[in-house]
Design a protein around this ligand. Structure first.
Ligand code: C6P
Length: 390
């Protein structure tokens, strides 16, 4: 679907047509995003919220329109609930400032390091939801963990390693019964299906632009206004202040309270173009194509003797982690690369998850709407080559 919109896909590596199956790490960019960024630098480049000249006004408008486009994309109530950050990682680090030493936070055993380490830096006590063997969360354990001492639940919507999609709406409702706010890490889920923060009733949400066909260096923190108002600024500098004096400084309102310094203006504009692109394509089309790819790939992979898929939850996105007898995931990835197939191998920044499944690493195929069943065939024949070698 719409492959021709992505110039980087149209190339050969090692003399073979590129099969890009590393979309969970970062997605390729459509021409519309590349053009939006070039257009800004060629015509409107200026700093935001500082100038009165024409270019500055244009930059302001484009930057704030980008914020509005995010608001609409996730159906937030207010534009000021959308904060531009560098990405999911920075977003969780920002939000971690609501937590103090000794506070209890519930996370899960499938979290990315970005949803583990920031809490540790705040010296929080982590309560970890265990996983079932198929890679689903143990919801009974979760229910038993919810009590008045918990300050926050912070969980991934979709696992970057297993592909598992968590039942977050139900989990949020359960947490709210105990008045516990919930933060969703939507780094992966943002590009695979519609997200409506009001319908989910999540309190905070974070995602990265580069995982939804936008540029690197831009990401989003969403938070309910009343809750964001209570979190102190985590970086100081220009744009986030009301009055600065040597004795005392006061801070400005949302969202600027959290946007110290010159932001990634072109990044926000590129993200706007990416969200428009995805909206025009339509999540119905994306979901049905990705489901077809996932089913097809899982069937083909399961037929390979000695290959084991890690993560077989009934509700999963188009990510497949696997191990093969004898071949280390890094060797698999290297052999596939020579066949033009780009996959990721390693711990995928989920080291505790590797421990849970007792593997040092996995090989990971991550697909999106511009991938094809023909590419899956190429990948599968490369995997048979791996088998021959080992
Ligand atoms: N996962 C992957 O290959 P950043 O790096 O800030 O854009 O996103 C961090 C992050 C947080 N949560 C989840 C669920 C993620 O998948 C990621 C990024 C990439 O799986 C790079 S490690």
């Amino acid at each position: 679907m719409n492959r021709q919109d992505f110039p980087a896909l149209n190339q050969q590596v090692y003399g073979k047509p590129l099969v890009y199956f590393d979309n969970a790490a970062t997605t390729q960019k459509p021409q519309a995003v590349i053009d939006a960024i070039s257009h800004f630098y060629q015509n409107n480049n200026a700093n935001v919220h500082r100038g009165v000249h024409a270019l500055s006004e244009r930059a302001d408008k484009a930057y704030e329109n980008a914020r509005k486009s995010v608001k609409e994309f996730i159906n937030a109530k207010h534009t000021q609930e959308i904060i531009f950050v560098r990405g999911t990682t920075e977003g969780i680090n920002l939000l971690s400032h609501m937590i103090n030493k000794g506070d209890e936070v519930i996370i899960s055993a499938m979290e990315h390091h970005a949803n583990i380490v920031p809490w540790q830096l705040r010296e929080a006590k982590l309560n970890v939801i265990p996983l079932l063997d198929n890679g689903e969360l143990d919801l009974n354990a979760y229910k038993n963990m919810l009590n008045e001492t918990i300050k926050l639940v912070s969980i991934t919507h979709m696992s970057n390693t297993l592909g598992t999609i968590n039942p977050v709406k139900e989990m949020i409702a359960l947490a709210h019964e105990k008045n516990i706010p919930v933060l969703l890490d939507c780094a992966q889920s943002i590009s695979h299906g519609p997200i409506d923060v009001q319908d989910l009733d999540c309190d905070f949400l974070v995602f990265s632009g580069h995982k939804i066909y936008g540029p690197t260096g831009i990401g989003i923190v969403y938070g309910k206004q009343a809750l964001l108002d209570k979190i102190p600024p985590y970086q100081g500098g220009g744009a986030m202040i009301a009055i600065v004096d040597f004795e005392k400084t006061t801070f400005t309102h949302l969202p600027y309270k959290f946007e110290a310094g010159t932001p990634d203006i072109a990044g926000a504009i590129g993200l706007h173009a990416a969200l428009d692109y995805v909206s025009a394509l339509g999540f119905d089309n994306i979901i049905s194509h990705e489901k077809k790819l996932l089913d097809y790939a899982q069937e083909k992979l399961q037929a390979i003797n000695g290959l084991r898929i890690i993560g077989t939850a009934p509700d999963k996105g188009s990510i497949i982690s696997f191990v093969m007898d004898k071949a280390h995931p890094h060797d698999i990835a290297t052999i596939l690369d020579r066949e033009g197939v780009a996959i990721r191998a390693g711990h995928h920044c989920t080291m505790p998850l590797m421990k849970r499944f007792n593997v040092p690493a996995t090989a990971r195929i991550s697909m999106t709407f511009y991938n094809t069943t023909d590419e899956i065939e190429k990948c599968v024949s490369a995997l048979y080559k791996v088998k021959e070698i080992f």
